[in-house]
Design a protein around this ligand. Structure first.
Ligand SMILES: Nc1ncnc2c1ncn2[C@@H]1O[C@H](COP(=O)(O)OP(=O)(O)OP(=O)(O)O)[C@@H](O)[C@H]1O
Ligand SMILES: [Mg+2]
Length: 326
């Protein structure tokens, strides 16, 4: 069953450079209990999407479309209703823990505050719950009186996960929870998040450009390029058999595939390329790709691909592998 259904979402920012179209025409669904990875290069619009779901974007934003959560359009809620929903029904682990946490409040107090303000718990009870939550994310509750600067990067991420899951939301949005961590810590945080969301039966929107983590814990994946979703499908299938030329290029950056960066420059968000936004960097592009904006095509096996090459064949296999190398 669909927990979250995003329909025709457009998010743009008014800036001195013009209108930055950070998300365009997004249709995306998250089912109850599933892990959806949103992947794509830096700056493609992933955080914008995650924050738009909770209406956490800056004042210069314009949002259009519908964000249906359990049938309610979040864009139509009052600010007060939205405040009540945040954390309780949809939790978020923000991209930068050192910015998200209050430096002058102890970890335990920050967590306890969530229970006091949302659940109306008294001091004692809130502290007890905060201690339990710290234990759940693998932090010794005896450290609750410590401040954020006393924690390592990995421990701070654990705190962020504790805050995100504190009220047992049905959906957790985790924005780059493994960024900047060493390999071993990254693995621990990935295991922690996937274990906890399963245990709590929460759905997870994992926003990451770490493809290895995405491959490891996601049920489905959505690939974003220049503010558009260019491919969605079962994670295993996308990683083993990427369809969109951009997904292919992205996967070539994995260590086992030789760490080749996607060739060419990232696109402008103020004046995005005509036709297919990926065409200037695409190894398969034709003249039509410069003119026609591809739609998100439904393929077999719950796969969607936004690429003209699939309009005629309808099958990912039909893009010749050699073409990518020429
Ligand atoms: N508040 C804002 N005002 C103006 N432009 C913004 C704002 N927030 C984001 N943008 C622009 O929107 C685009 C998408 O940014 P976003 O942070 O969503 O990307 P991202 O995929 O999360 O990147 P990263 O992987 O680096 O975290 C970028 O071009 C960015 O400069
Ligand atoms: Mg981001």
């Amino acid at each position: 069953m669909s927990l979250l259904s995003v329909e025709a979402l457009n998010v743009s920012f008014r800036t001195g450079r013009g209108l930055v179209k950070a998300n365009e025409g997004i249709f995306l669904e998250i089912k109850e209990g599933e892990v959806l990875a949103l992947i794509g290069e830096t700056g493609c619009g992933k955080t914008t999407f995650g924050k738009a779901l909770l209406r956490l974007l800056s004042k210069n934003v314009m949002i259009k479309g519908r964000i249906l959560f359990r049938g309610r359009d979040l864009l139509a809620l009052s600010r007060n209703e939205m405040r009540q929903l945040r954390g309780k029904e949809i939790g978020i682990v923000l991209q930068n823990p050192s910015l998200a946490l209050n430096p002058v409040l102890s970890i335990g107090d920050q967590l306890a505050e969530v229970y006091r303000s949302h659940e109306g718990c008294g001091k004692k009870e809130a502290e007890k719950k905060a201690g339990e939550m710290l234990g759940l994310v693998g932090i010794d509750p005896s450290r609750k009186a410590e401040y954020p600067h006393q924690f390592s990067g990995g421990m701070l991420q654990r705190v962020m996960v504790a805050l995100g899951l504190a009220l047992r939301p049905a959906l957790l949005i985790a924005d780059e929870p493994t960024r900047g961590l060493d390999l071993q810590t990254k693995q621990q945080i990935a295991d922690l998040i996937s274990g906890l969301v399963k245990q709590e039966a929460s759905a997870l929107l994992l926003i990451t450009h770490d493809l290895e983590v995405a491959e490891q814990i996601a049920d489905r994946a959505a690939v974003m390029y220049a503010g558009e979703i260019v491919e969605t499908g079962k994670a295993r299938e996308i990683f083993s058999n990427p369809g969109h030329p951009y997904t292919r290029a992205l996967l070539e950056a994995l260590p086992e595939n030789g760490l080749r960066a996607v060739p060419g420059q990232g696109p402008s968000f103020v004046n995005p390329p005509s036709g297919c936004r990926f065409h200037p960097r695409c190894a398969f592009g034709t003249e039509s790709c410069q003119k026609i904006r591809p739609r998100l095509l439904e393929l077999e096996g719950e796969r969607q691909v936004r690429c003209l090459l699939f309009e005629s064949t309808g099958k990912p296999e039909e893009i010749p592998d050699d073409a990518a190398k020429s």
